[in-house]
Design a protein around this ligand. Sequence first.
Ligand code: HPA
Length: 275
Amino acid sequence: MDYQKICRAAEYLRPLLPEIPQVGLILGSGLGELGEQLEEPFCVIPYEEIPGFVRSTAPGHKGRFVCGRLSGVPVLCMQGRFHCYEGYNIEDVVLPVQVMRLLGAETLLLTNAAGGINCSFQVGDLMLLTDHINFLGHNPLTGPNEPRLGPRFCDMSYTYTPSLRKLALESAERLGISLRQGVYLATAGPSYETPAEIRAFRIWGADAVGMSTVPEVIAAAHCGMKVLAFSLITNMAAGVLDQPLSEEEVIEIGKAKGHILQNLVRDILAHLSEE
Ligand code: HPA
C-alpha cells in the first residue's frame, strides 16, 4: 500500500471537486449511465489525468470520475472500474477507493454485472450483496499496512453495512422492485468459469459470480467505509443453462435493465439521511 501515491492522487483531485463527496459510486459493466445523470455542480476527470491512476480498458467502462449530486447527495462516481484481469496490480484496482476515502467519502456504493449461480435467479434480476467470497487469489491489503488508513487485520464480519442493506430493501419495496439477496464470489477472470467451478461455488454458498467488486470492498472496509453493493444478473453462470456465455449478453442486459438499478440507487440516496 503506497500511502504517498494515494495522497498525491487525492491532492490532485481535491481542488477540482465542487464539494466534498459523501458517497463514492463504482458503476459496473453497462451500468455507467447513472454518471451521466448527476446534478450540478459537477465536473468530469478522466483517469489518465490523475497521478498514479491506470487506464480503464474493460468494455462498457468509460474510465473517468464524475463528481456531482445525485438525489441531492454529493457523490464521486467512477464511470468504469479497474479489474485484475486487465493485468493491473490489485493495489491499482483499489487506489480510487482509498482516494475517495481521503477526499471525505464515508460510504461506497458499487454495482456489477454477475452470473447467476443460484438456480432460483433469473437473467435481469437484481441482487443485494449480503457477503462475498474472495476467490481472486489476491488481497489488496497484502504488504505493509498503512495505519493512517486502517488496521493490519481488518474485520470483515459486517462489511456489507446492515443499516444500508435495510435502506436498500425499503427502497426496493417502495419502488416495487424485487430484490434478491445473496453472496457474490469474485474470480480473477478473464475466462468465464467452467460448469464444474460453478457447481463447486454453489456448494460453498455463492449465489452470483463476477470479476470485480471484492478488491474495492476489502479496501473500503479497511479504511472504515460503509459499503452497499448490487449485482445485476446478466446471465446464468456456466453450466446452469445448456448454452455458452457471451460478453454481448452481459452488456445488452446491463443496458436493458440498468435503469432499474439506477432508480434504486437514486431512491436509496434520497433516503440516506434515514440510515
Ligand atoms: N462470470 C463471471 N463474470 C461475469 C459473469 C459470469 O457469468 N457475468 C457477468 N460477469
